[in-house]
Design a protein around this ligand. Sequence first.
Ligand SMILES: *[C@@H]1O[C@H](CO)[C@@H](O)[C@H](O)[C@H]1NC(C)=O
Length: 190
Amino acid sequence: MLITMDAHLLFPCLMMLLAMCMDYHCADANEDQGNQLRGLWRLSMKDPKQKGVPPPHPIRGLVKQQLLYCRVGIGYHLQVLSNGTVGGVHEPTEHSLLKVFAMKRGVVGIRGIKTGLYICMSQEGIAHGAVQFSSDCLFKESLEENHYTTFSSLSHPGIYLALSHKGEAKRGTSVGRLQPCTHFLPRRAP
Ligand SMILES: *[C@@H]1O[C@H](CO)[C@@H](O)[C@H](O)[C@H]1NC(C)=O
């Protein structure tokens, strides 16, 4: 299903898509071009509070699932449970299998494979799983100097995805990118 789009919007979108394809080796480009364009188009709209963004499209099409290991405490794998609880588990479970997909350069969404829930961040810094994808579910992915990755909320700058020493979700407002609780390592799923 194609959306109606002004011709002057369509062209920059196509150019963006082409650039992204080159970066990501065009994994799913043909099948899902329409959906990718729709996602990009919505993203390019300037209202960050906008809800009900359509389900996003994986650009990293080759990686079906992965783990996100957080180096805090004894080490935990990020997970999202069916009741929407986001936390960590030391030994990976089916709830720690995640799909990390690029929405645009440096911006990703994270979805639990088992539950289909998107990991999202509230303005208060509470991470939770949501059925519907929204701008709260967009994370800026940054590779830190120590080679760990941090995920900070795109719509709420300065709020980080983090786990506590006990492996529970840590409030993202009170942490920073220099703390181990925000340091994640993408790992291949077993
Ligand atoms: C979600 O489920 C987990 C595991 O079943 C449970 O420990 C937790 O209390 C639940 N959280 C809520 C908010 O219901």
